[in-house]
Design a protein around this ligand. Structure first.
Ligand code: SF4
Length: 702
């Protein structure tokens, strides 16, 4: 039993896991975080989920990297390295030596093959300052834009559709605005497991009488609170959403005033959706025509409506089209820009919003300024005192790994990302990592990716560092160090600065506040937000209209940040997934997270309580399908796709449709991404991780 009063000090910071961005008070005893409590942050008002409450002791796990490591001459690369004993393959080094070797290795590739021989992955688990610095390091150090991070695997397609049609990639309203709504849609999202504290606001909304429409191929838990549950066929989002819009237009339920004042291209949209009657779409999306009509009426007749979505929408080859439909649905019903209305892609990692805002993406400088815009490039050349910055869009995550595989990219600096687990088709990715001539990995553990590295740089965990993060609500929040870095680990920004110095870039930053100050010079989104304010107030929502304004929860009431001030309807048509079930692979595989585990599991599987609750790789199937296969709950099955096979324990779950398998992606011993399809959405360049054709076979015992 934990004695919750027995601690030396308490430090206010941010939960390191999901994009909700809960504020926590970390209780520290003997330089260890022993207990965490929710405090009154704008996104959580004292609440925490099981990860934020019990998921902190990964900080003290014996696998933490405590010294820089250099690969031993001739040592084999890859997953055969035991993170508990990396010295079989690596030797310890001083910081000076490791940084020298890392910088020289990257420079050698640049000097011999040109800057494009080196690419970078940053991390949404790092602070805004670290994300900003990382993209600057690659852009300035190698004169190209081949720098990306996990947003590419998360909401890249949502951001692409939002930028195209609304003019801004962030949410138009905080999720807490649901307090002012009377109707809401949650689609392609399982917030009870993936954004648990946000889900508490959704549940309270329904208790107050709010009407909730839950749409998902899985029978997600939020459905228990729903007025309408639409468990549509996997990948049929566009047909279902177009049918709903068809009903609204057919019955004249659209908001004509709003459409006239704030939008463009409505007539084309109205013509387009005429072809999607509920009767014709019902067999395609698997939802009864009357239910489609009923859901359409409920949403359109609401006074104020919000739309929330997750990776069930975004991780498709038609992910951008899915988001275009959601944007159109909100626009045609006048549900943007007022209290209780808005578009809200629920962001995944704790700082994926901030890392994207800070320019950790290959087509944009900070605040989504195009790399191809000469004026923007000039601005950065002046600010960084360099010339020759590239005006070519860079490669994205999957494209970079393909270029590594093809030996066009020969080296990488990977900070806090774990593509050997997180990217689609990891067999291909692991082979690419093996082929790489020089890899610098910077992380808190020897991850699957770090096991391929030539130099491993030990980084501080979030509870060990100073900096800001931006959550799904556009809330910029202050993170404070509760404990000193483990061993000789260093904060990520410090490591990047030291590498830059060794590459002759003349950087002089010695505190994250200086980096934040540089960001404020080029990021209008940070207007009126200063380091001192964040120190004093903990959180400010952007945009903040004055030094006293806590920030705008709802934006675009007075027009959209597009050239003509109007949002745009973008008609979307039905496209099939990249591969469809057939005789060899007759079922559909979808992947996702579980409540207790976080992404590739590097942190949560090393958190005692979380690992005790969910210790074992598993998949879930419908009990009827399992009976037909003669598989018992707890039995083993082999899942095979065109990319590979894994063996995994199966659970019975009525929430899973009969032709589907759900597979969490946190378990290295049954890595979900051995199976996933790397086919990309052409706009957001996000892979189709939510739909692969799969064969399931029972593994006989004994
Ligand atoms: Fe952390 Fe997200 Fe849970 Fe909040 S909801 S405690 S941010 S994991």
């Amino acid at each position: 039993v934990q004695d919750t009063s027995d601690f030396d000090k308490e430090v206010e910071s941010i939960c390191p896991f999901c994009g909700v961005g809960c504020q926590v008070s970390l209780k520290v005893k003997d330089d260890k975080v022993v207990y965490a409590e929710g405090i009154n942050g704008p996104a959580n008002e004292g609440r925490l989920c099981v990860k934020g409450r019990f998921g902190f002791d990964y900080i003290n796990h014996p696998h933490r990297l405590t010294k820089p490591l250099i690969r031993k001459e001739g040592a084999e690369k890859g997953l055969n390295v035991d993170p508990a004993n990396p010295l079989t393959h690596f030797r310890e080094a001083t910081w000076d030596e490791a940084l020298d070797v890392a910088a020289k290795g990257l420079m050698k590739l640049r000097d011999e093959h040109g800057g494009e021989a080196v690419a970078g992955f940053g991390s949404a688990k790092c602070t805004n300052e670290e994300a900003y610095l990382f993209q600057r390091f690659i852009r300035e150090g190698f004169r190209h834009n081949n720098v990306d991070h996990c947003t590419r695997l998360c909401h890249a397609s949502s951001v692409s559709a939002l930028l195209e049609n609304v003019g801004s990639g962030a949410v138009t309203a905080t999720f807490n605005e649901i307090e002012n709504a009377d109707v809401a849609i949650v689609i392609g999202s399982n917030p009870i497991e993936n954004h648990p504290v946000a889900a508490t606001y959704f549940k309270q909304f329904t208790k107050r009488g709010g009407k909730l429409i839950v749409m998902d191929p899985r029978g997600v838990g939020m459905g228990r609170f729903a007025t309408h549950r639409l468990q549509f066929k996997p990948s049929a989002d566009v047909s279902m959403l177009n049918a709903i819009m068809h009903v609204i237009a057919e019955e004249g339920l659209q908001d004509d005033d709003y459409i006239a004042k704030h939008t463009e291209n409505w007539e084309a949209m109205r013509e387009h959706i005429k072809a999607f009657s509920p009767e014709e779409m019902a067999p395609i999306c698997g939802i009864d025509a009357e239910e489609l009509r009923a859901a359409a009426r409920t949403f359109a007749n609401g006074r104020a409506g919000m739309i929330f979505w997750g990776m069930g929408v975004s991780q498709h080859t038609h992910g951008t089209d899915n988001s275009r439909c959601l944007i159109a649905l909100a626009l045609m019903t006048g549900n943007v820009g007022r209290p209780g209305t808005g578009l809200h892609p629920l962001r995944g990692q704790n700082n994926v919003q901030g890392a994207s805002d800070a320019g950790l993406i290959p087509m944009f400088y900070p605040d989504y300024k195009s790399v191809a815009d000469p004026a923007v490039r000039d601005q950065y050349q002046a600010l960084w005192n360099v010339d020759g910055l590239s005006d070519q869009k860079g490669l994205t995550v999957v494209e970079i790994m393909d270029a590594v595989y093809d030996r066009k990219i020969k080296g990488m600096y990977i900070l806090g990302e774990n593509p050997a687990m997180s990217d689609p088709d990891v067999t291909h990715v692991r082979e690419a990592l093996e082929r790489m001539e020089f890899l610098v990995s910077q992380d808190i553990f020897l991850t699957e990716t770090a096991s391929y590295a030539d130099v491993v740089l030990p980084a501080a965990a979030l509870a060990e560092k100073t900096g800001t993060t931006s959550n799904t609500n556009r809330q910029v929040q202050m993170c404070r160090p509760a404990v000193p870095p483990t061993g000789e680990a260093q904060e990520d920004w410090w490591i990047t600065v030291e590498l830059a110095k060794r590459m002759g870039m003349g950087w002089t930053f010695d505190h994250p506040s200086q980096i934040f100050d540089e960001m404020t010079q080029v990021m209008p989104s940070l207007d009126n937000i200063t380091w001192d304010r964040l120190e004093n107030e903990n959180a400010v929502t952007y945009p903040s209209l004055s030094p006293e304004d806590p920030g705008q929860a709802v934006v675009f009431g007075d027009g959209f940040p597009r050239e003509n001030g109007r949002a745009r309807f973008a008609p979307a048509t039905i496209l099939p997934p990249a591969e469809t079930p057939d005789e060899d692979y007759p079922m559909v595989l979808t992947t996702g997270r579980q409540l207790e585990h976080w992404h590739t599991g590097s942190m949560t599987r090393r958190a005692t309580v979380l690992d005790a609750i969910e210790p074992e790789a598993n998949c879930s199937m419908n009990p009827k399908t399992m009976r037909e296969m003669g598989v018992e709950p707890g039995g083993m099955v082999r899942l095979s796709t065109r990319r590979g096979s894994i063996d995994v324990m199966v659970r019975a779950d009525y929430a899973i449709a009969e032709n589907m398998v759900f597979l969490p992606f946190a378990y290295v011993e049954a890595a979900a991404n051995m199976l996933t399809n790397p086919a990309l959405d052409p706009y957001g360049k996000i892979a189709e991780m939510k739909f692969s054709a799969v064969r399931v076979e029972k593994i006989e015992e004994g």
